[in-house]
Design a protein around this ligand. Structure first.
Ligand code: TXE
Length: 477
């Protein structure tokens, strides 16, 4: 890497080693070699970060939204100016191709948006005789964010920007697989002049610092994106400690339904991009595609051509659009699912030939609905393309999952599109489009096992605020 990355913890406005001085090894997804030794936050470091946030909170909350916004917009500018450095950092550490790196623009937009976002307003009521009643919208205090590794900058910005804009102080724990981006942005926050303690950034493993945050009595809201399994653990820790409020974005197994009147070219192009992006490591990727039987064969042929033309290689090379899986665990998991797929369905693509942590784009067809690869989020460039005969059947199959993050329907028939969209069990439905999602001001989150609450430009600030009713007795009213 061109420059030595920051590897210390960011607590109370300063970078420092962990209290135990312990580090963990961060291998490069690109080379497999050691990229950095990163400080592992201890329970003591979590306590220190939360205490710093708690102390910084009153003064930060007392600023006007405009004055807080001035810090946010400075950080937005610094993130945007650092696009190249951030893209390289994520390419080296978790294999994200620089050619598909739109995260700095997306991330800085969050800070820019929330620097000027309308502050949530309370309401008033004259419905109780003798009273004027009002609600107050207030920040909660200390917000914790636990983020994953697949798009670390976007998740950082999506959670931190609205939490800070709403007047809270934040402690963020990055994923042990991708800690460098968050530390890089902490450094930018330092340059932007944020008051000490308003934003704290920790690196480390989930069961240690993640669990300490989830159980912390002074954390009032915890926003988490990650696996369903970890979501369940955090949920229990939150309940067993102080009933902190939870915002969860968990995984998906998103279906796309392609009807016979769809624009096939667009459907192929977009659905294959959805599952190929970041080597299939996005929560909303359409990993199940149901195609009307009359066009299934031609769709499959075209999809195969598009999907297998991915250019595998060095993610720092701008000509490459398909990098390695983020680490050995992810790589091994995906290979295991490919073996399972071969037992339950028909492999359409060639056998794996990629080396290192790379996975060749892989298609299965005719996979039974109850097969494991139809149910689990694989998080790799693996797609199942099954035929269907009727609208009813397609909807039933699409909904036959515990996940409910995203779904797509392709058809030129508006009545059908709206019938299907209204019955799909998903937090977001794309009509003649699919993920990655469009519409940053629309609520994003999961139905069923895919999450709790919604995040977006418009909804996120609300989730980081309390609503208080104030009942005012007025003499003579
Ligand atoms: O997730 P984890 P992993 C899915 C995807 C992927 C699988 C595993 O299917 O293959 O999850 O990925 C922290 N207490 N998604 O292992 O473990 C952890 O340190 C508190 C979907 O990375 O859930 C990290 O910061 N925190 C997804 C974060 O949780 C804990 C994005 C996510 O890690 C913890 C990522 C604990 N006990 C993975 N254990 C999406 N929705 O986009 C772990 N963590």
């Amino acid at each position: 890497m061109a420059t030595t990355p920051e590897t210390r913890l960011f607590i109370n406005g300063q970078f420092r080693p962990s209290s135990t001085n312990e580090t963990f090894d961060l291998p490069s997804a690109k080379t497999g070699e050691l990229l950095a030794k990163v400080y592992e936050a201890s329970a003591q470091d979590v306590d220190d970060a939360v205490a710093a946030a708690k102390a910084a909170f009153p003064a930060w909350a007392a600023l006007s939204p405009y004055d807080r916004g001035r810090y946010l917009v400075r950080l937005a500018d610094l993130i945007q100016e650092s696009t190249k450095e951030l893209a390289n950092l994520e390419a080296e550490s978790m294999g994200r191709p620089v050619s598909t790196y739109f995260d700095a623009t997306a991330g800085s937009k969050y800070f820019r948006y929330f620097s000027e976002a309308a502050y949530p307003q309370g309401s008033s009521s004259l419905n109780t005789p003798g009273f004027v009643n009002i609600t107050l919208k207030q920040p909660v205090g200390v917000v914790a964010a636990i983020i994953p590794w697949n798009a670390p900058l976007v998740f950082f910005c999506k959670k931190v920007a609205p939490a800070l804009a709403a007047g809270n102080a934040v402690v963020l724990k990055s994923s042990e697989k991708a800690p460098l981006t968050s530390l890089y942005v902490a450094n930018l926050a330092l340059k932007a002049g944020f008051p000490p303690g308003v934003l704290n950034v920790l690196s480390g493993h989930g069961p240690l610092s993640g669990a300490a945050l989830a159980s912390h009595m002074d954390v009032r809201v915890l926003s988490f994106t990650g696996s369903n399994r970890t979501g369940r653990l955090i949920s229990k820790m939150a309940t067993d400690s102080n009933m902190k409020k939870l915002v969860f974005e968990l995984g998906g197994k998103s279906p796309a339904i392609i009807f016979d009147d769809a624009d096939i070219e667009a459907a192929v192009r977009e659905t294959q991009f959805s599952i190929q992006l970041i080597s299939g490591q996005t929560c909303m990727a359409n990993s199940r595609i149901y195609v009307h039987r009359s066009i299934a064969e031609s769709f499959l042929e075209r999809f195969k051509v598009a999907f297998t033309s991915a250019r595998l290689g060095d993610p720092t090379d701008p000509a490459i659009n398909h990098g390695p899986q983020a680490d050995k665990i992810q790589h091994a998991t995906v290979l295991r699912y490919i073996e399972m797929g071969k037992e339950s369905g028909t492999l359409v693509t060639d056998e794996q030939s990629a080396s290192g942590l790379y996975i060749n784009p892989t298609i299965f067809t005719n996979v039974p609905e109850d097969a494991q690869i139809m149910k689990d989020e694989i998080f790799g460039p693996i797609v199942i393309i099954n035929p269907f005969d009727t609208e009813e059947e397609a909807i039933a199959k699409a909904n036959d999952t515990e996940h409910g993050l995203y779904a797509a329907v392709y058809t030129k028939n508006l009545d059908r599109a709206m019938r299907v969209a209204s019955r799909l069990e998903a937090g977001t439905v794309g009509v003649n489009c699919t993920s990655p999602t469009k519409g940053d001001d629309m609520p994003f989150g999961g139905q069923k096992g895919s999450g709790l609450q919604r995040e977006s430009y418009l909804h996120s600030m609300e989730t980081f605020m309390e609503t208080k009713s104030v009942l005012i007795k007025v003499a003579g009213l």
